[in-house]
Design a protein around this ligand. Structure first.
Ligand code: ADP
Ligand code: ASP
Ligand code: MG
Length: 416
């Protein structure tokens, strides 16, 4: 008997019909002789709606209370799914992250999983039940309810699959797999049959939201193969595994776009030792995820430092930077929300020179201005104006030979 962990994202459980369709698939899997652990996300845009609700009553939003609020979205889903399963004769039990023993650190809003106990899941499985777990949440070492960051249900699923030593971890979503680019941004994107952990890690790190970054880290560290597939067409999707790419694989696997960051610029910073540390240490202490950093050449002993942060961290970043700017006698601070990051990812980059040059030439020919650049061994990222993101992504997709030759035709469900 195999143990299968199935994760269903927000669009997959967005309404009663979807919930029933998911229940049917769980029942099908169970009736084929498998033990099943299901991880559910909040229905449709429920998490966004809860955030909007919080924004409408408070600008302070203590992390503990926000997490208490946001975790309710997944609770609704898990209970409804168990009810739908009961109707079709499947014995199922729902558990919050806390009940199933997902122990995290204390960083509200972006908690890291430290341990998965999983005892109650094991007990339920032993009793022949389907175990339905609320994604995106855990309980901290201080016994407080925490959330794992946006998209965190993927991480719940992979962590449970690792802890329970599952035979498969299926991530059901609203596209048919991992594509060479976000098919909503680049209609010519091609579905990848497989991709390895390193490339998927770079894609997730570059901001592709098809899988949450931490879920891929977890999958790689515990060698949990993932099958990303559609809960709308149920067709086989993309396997994410440790398999090394072969010579025949394309140099570039994908183009990634990310419109969730903002750029902060500290103007007129004295160009002297210790200034960058003075700026970035307090940001780290407040758990702000700084991504790209650019320091200009100095003129008359002063320089500008720009960096990007998730927009959700911008408020805290601005607070911190405003204080530091005074201390280090910088001339001012600005921020820009209208930016996008466009990245090329491919394991073949390690051995193929000239990728960056071709990327920059392609963007130049389209008149797209590059504001920042960063690289890893298998990724090149640039920051451009938000209004250029589609043009940049599509032209790079074509220039690097990734187009499928046809607009992606499988049904793309409307985002709720
Ligand atoms: P879920 O709610 O199921 O977790 P998400 O919205 O978090 O779904 O992730 C799925 C979405 O990721 C897709 O609808 C698609 O727009 C987006 N996406 C971004 N990059 C890619 C990619 N390379 N391949 C497939 N989907 C992608
Ligand atoms: N509901 C959470 C979110 O919208 C977690 C998830 O869907 O993975 O971010
Ligand atoms: Mg997601």
């Amino acid at each position: 008997m195999a143990l299968i962990v199935q994760k269903y994202g927000g669009t997959s459980v967005a309404d009663p019909d979807r919930m029933k369709a998911v229940a049917e698939n769980v029942a099908y899997t169970k009736r084929h002789g498998n033990d099943v652990v299901v991880v559910v996300s909040a229905m449709g845009k429920a998490t966004d709606n809860l955030i909007a609700l919080a924004n409408s009553v408070s600008s302070t939003q203590p992390g503990r209370e926000l997490d208490m609020l946001l975790t309710t979205g997944e609770r609704v889903s898990m209970a409804l799914l168990c009810m739908a399963l009961a109707d079709i004769g499947v014995d199922a039990m729902s558990f919050t992250g806390s009940q199933v023993g997902i122990i995290t650190d204390t960083a509200h809003g972006k908690a890291k999983i430290l341990e998965v106990k999983g005892d109650r899941a094991r007990e339920a499985l032993q009793q022949g039940k389907v175990c339905v777990v609320a994604g995106f949440q855990g309980v901290s070492t201080d016994k407080e309810i925490t959330t794992l960051g946006r998209g965190g249900s993927d991480t719940t699923a992979v962590a449970l699959a690792a802890a329970l030593d599952a035979d498969a971890c299926e991530i059901y979503t609203d596209v048919t797999g991992v594509f060479s680019a976000d098919p909503r941004m680049v209609p010519q994107a091609r579905k990848l049959a497989k991709i390895n952990f390193d490339e998927m890690l770079e894609m997730a790190g570059a901001g592709s939201k098809v899988l949450a970054l931490r879920s891929v880290e977890f999958a790689r560290n515990h060698n949990v193969p993932l099958h990303v597939r559609s809960s709308f067409t149920w067709e086989p999707g993309t396997w994410v595994t440790s398999e090394e790419p072969s010579m025949e694989d394309p140099i570039i696997s994908g183009v990634v776009t990310d419109v969730s960051e903002a750029k902060v610029t500290v103007l007129g910073v004295p160009d002297q030792p210790g200034v960058s540390a003075a700026l970035f240490e307090p940001l780290a202490a407040r758990n702000v995820n700084v991504d790209m950093i650019v320091q200009n050449t100095s003129t008359e002993g002063h320089t500008d430092i720009s960096f990007t942060v998730p927009r959700s961290d911008l408020k805290v970043a601005q607070e911190v930077v405003a204080q530091v700017a005074v201390q280090i006698e910088a001339k001012g601070v600005t921020h820009d929300n209208d930016i996008a990051k466009v990245s090329l990812v491919g394991a073949g980059m390690k051995t193929s020179p000239g990728i960056a040059a071709k990327m920059f030439r392609t963007l130049a020919d389209e008149g797209v201005n590059i504001e920042m650049i960063s690289t890893s061994t298998i990724r090149i990222s640039v920051v451009v104006a938000a209004s250029d993101v589609e043009l940049a992504a599509r032209s790079l997709h074509t220039a690097f030979g990734l187009d499928s030759g046809q607009a992606y035709s499988a049904p793309l469900p409307e985002r709720k």
